[in-house]
Design a protein around this ligand. Sequence first.
Ligand SMILES: Cc1ncc(C[n+]2csc(CCOP(=O)(O)OP(=O)(O)O)c2C)c(N)n1
Ligand SMILES: [Mg+2]
Length: 276
Amino acid sequence: MESGNYDNLNEIATRLRRHILEMTARAGSGHYMSSFSCVEILAALYFQEMQVRPDDPAWPGRDRFVLGKGHAAPALYAVLAERGYFPVPELMTLRQVGSRLQGHPVKSYGLPGLDASSGSLGQGISTAVGIALAAQLDGADWRVFVLLGDGECQEGQVWEAAMAAAHFKCDNLVVIVDYNALQSTGTLDEIMSLGDLRAKWEAFGWSVTEARGHDFGSLQDALAGARARKGMPHLILAHTMKGHGVPFIEGNLEYHSKPLSADELAGALHALEVRH
Ligand SMILES: Cc1ncc(C[n+]2csc(CCOP(=O)(O)OP(=O)(O)O)c2C)c(N)n1
Ligand SMILES: [Mg+2]
């Protein structure tokens, strides 16, 4: 892809949002609003930054990914399908009994490209630190990427993992925080303020960069910075909008987990087309 030309990625992002709407509508549940928040982040990782081989998903040299905010599984499944790990129509099996696409990622169901189960907020980063340490022990140069929710950062386990990663100098670990300032029932400040999140991660010994989380150029700059800097783990604070892409959903917590009506679905799909 030509440097600085993100038309193709923006088209992919729109397709991912369409899949997310259609699969959660078919399932009658699922977190489309939280998924929209991280569409560009996941597309930047899987289509640009991460070294992966969708036709050989278990390739030992691949970069690994852990979805800390496991409720955004529809976004992860959509990006994996678009990247070619499995057929796009399988997305419509989301949340069905026996499907490889469970409501939260379950590795034992054998979905190609899925490296870790997640969904209990706070645990994903600990899983990722373990994977990063395994790479270090093997002398391998592949890396581990994690997406955390900002509300998820209220979990104590996140900070235990943050301490460990800095102590063990896990510079092969890149954590991206989906910094939308909302959780399920309120703003971060209403529920439990995180204060100066950047200063907190820096105090824990991480290199911190900020990015505009719906802007591929900005994400790419932050990811390139993380690639270049050695000796410490990397944190990217990606400023996002929960529900980004569909105006009536953006920032409106009524839609955190509510199924869309048929009219709302039609309106949302139309809004995606108009915006693109
Ligand atoms: C340990 C744990 N507690 C509660 C939940 C229920 N839960 C699902 S989504 C969510 C809000 C998460 O907010 P945030 O991390 O900011 O993610 P966002 O939806 O904004 O992307 C909560 C509390 C959970 N999945 N795990
Ligand atoms: Mg949030």
